[in-house]
Design a protein around this ligand. Sequence first.
Ligand SMILES: C[S@@+](CC[C@H](N)C(=O)[O-])C[C@H]1O[C@@H](n2cnc3c(N)ncnc32)[C@H](O)[C@@H]1O
Length: 246
Amino acid sequence: MKSYYDAHESGYKEIKSKGYVGWGNVKTLEELGDPKTLEYLRSSVNQWVDSPAGKNALDLGCGTGTTAFTLAKLGFAVTGIDVSETAIGMANELAVKQNLKINFEIGDILELQKRNEKFDLIYDSHCLHCIVFEEDRSKVLAGVKASLAESGVFILDTAVVTNNSNPTGGIETLRFDNDYILWHKTKPSTARGVVEVDGQHWCAQRRFYPSAKVKEEVVQAGFTIKSVYFDAQDESGHGMLRLILS
Ligand SMILES: C[S@@+](CC[C@H](N)C(=O)[O-])C[C@H]1O[C@@H](n2cnc3c(N)ncnc32)[C@H](O)[C@@H]1O
């Protein structure tokens, strides 16, 4: 593991070994994906993209392909990137099963600027909240900005908290700090994002900011907020912030 986000690979190896096709213990393509997320994606494309046919879309942190499949079915030429080799292998297999042609690539969204490619739609497929450190998040947002076509749309779909919500769910191997970083207990490691606190080793896992902080961050990165939607997941204040940006 070179960086904290390479830890996703072991999650996908486990998903694959159990015969699942994605997160949430799902075994079939029909069950794949959160219905509310997919509906939001479809209706946002409907509202904000003038005819997807012939346009291209980039799915950030595509995992096993859930939202990339939705975008391809809407008519986009889709590229999906994910840091996990296992996830990309599974996404390719699932695309073949559906007769969908999608360009799935193993890649790091911190390196978007190096692609030198423009997209009409960029969708953050629940990936930005996996990018923890401020310098990494700025790099991702600058990469998205540089990769967005002039009249392109960036849909940011990211998990947020309110000031008093605690996303650890009481699990002892997780820690949520005052900077909104969720850490998981790990073995000693030289990977970037692993720290030692009182003899215990912790790996950075998520950045669950409050909504206002995410909005500040995207404006600072040069985006204009066109629409805001909050999907509350539970009574603790934890939920998905969904922004349409240009
Ligand atoms: C919360 S999962 C969501 C996966 C998928 N979009 C879905 O909805 O099932 C976040 C995804 O982001 C990927 N990821 C995390 N950091 C990444 C990075 N730096 N570059 C590319 N993908 C990354 C993970 O491997 C994981 O598949």
